[in-house]
Design a protein around this ligand. Sequence first.
Ligand code: IPM
Ligand code: MN
Length: 360
Amino acid sequence: MKKNILVIPGDGIGQEVTKWGKAALEKIAELYSHQFSFDEAIMGHVAIEATGDPLPDETLNKAKNSDAILFGAIGHAKYDNDPSAKVRPEQGLLKIRKELGLYANIRPILLFDELLEASSLKPAILKGTDILFFRELTGDVYFGEKTKADDGSYASDLMNYHRYEVERIAVKAFEAARMRSKRLCSVDKANVLETSRLWRDVVQEVSKRYPDVETEHMFIDNAAMQLVKNPRKFDVVLTANLFGDILTDEASQIAGSMGMLASASIGDGTGFFEPIHGSAHDIAGKNIANPLASILSAALMLEISFGLKEEAKVITNAVADTLKTGYRTTDITNTSTAQDYILGTADMGAKVLEAIEAQK
Ligand code: IPM
Ligand code: MN
C-alpha cells in the first residue's frame, strides 16, 4: 500500500512523542512492504514563532493533500496566563479540524490489564472497562460566535448546533455500537440547554434506525460521576464537543494516564490522529514523556484511514507486550515498579519497535 503521511509534531512533548508514532509506522511499512512517505509541517506555538500564524497555509495545504496526518500536541504555557493574547497556538488545531471537516473525534479508552494498578481508581472497579467515545469536534461552543466588551466587563461564547451536525456524528457512533456490544449512551444537558434538547431529539430519531442498539441518555453531570463510580457501565459514549473534551480527560485516568490515550479525528476527507494529551511544557525536552499514546495513534491511523487491521493490531499487541514485560514511563509507574524498568521516551519507543518486530 502506498500512502503519503503528514507529520505535525506541534509543541512541547509533541516533538518527542511523535517521533515514535512515526517510527512505528516506518517499522510497519518495512515489515509489511508498504510504501509510506512522510512529510513534516509546523503548527501551534512553533508556527507562531516561525511565521506569526498558528496554522500557516503551507501546513494546511500539505494536510489537505495527504492521506493521513499524525499530530503531536499544541500549546505553550506563555499563553495560559495571558488571556489577552489574540494569536494562540490552539487556534491552529481548531482551524485544521474545521478546514478538514473532522467532525468525529473517536477516543478509545483502552485499558491494559498491566496498568490496572497505575490508575488512581481501584482495580476492581476498572477491570474489564472498554469505552469508545465519540466526541463531536467541529461545532458547539468551540466554534460559536465570540464577543468581548471593549472595557472587558463582559464576554460570551455562543453554544450552537445544527441538526445535521448532530446526526452525522450520531450515525458514526451508532454504527460503531452495532459492531461492539450494541449499547450507546448519549450524554447531554437537556434539562437546561436548548442545544442539548436538539441533540437528544436528533439522537432519539437516529436511534430508531438502530433498533438493535440499546440507547440511553444521560446528563453530563451524572455521566461524570458514573464514569468513576462504575466505568464498565459504558460502551459507546456519544457527546458534544465541550462535554467530550472534559469527559475524555476524566476517562484517561481509567487507562492509567493521559499518556496512554490515542484519538482519531475523522470526517469526509483526510483523517487526523493524535494523542489526547497536551504539550506538557513542564516535562518537555526531558525525555520522560510517554510515547505510547502517539504509537497507539499510529495504530488508529492504520486501522481507520488505511483499513490495515492486522498491522494496527500488531502495534497494539506490541504495546501490550512491552507493558507485560514490565517497562513503564514515569506517568504509569507505581510503588512496585522496579527502577530498572522505568524508561525514558526514547527507550520506551525503542522497546515497542522491538516488540513489533518480534511478532513478525
Ligand atoms: C483536545 C484539546 C483541545 C480541545 C485544545 C488543545 C484546543 O484539549 O484535543 O482535547 O479542547 O479540543
Ligand atoms: Mn482536551
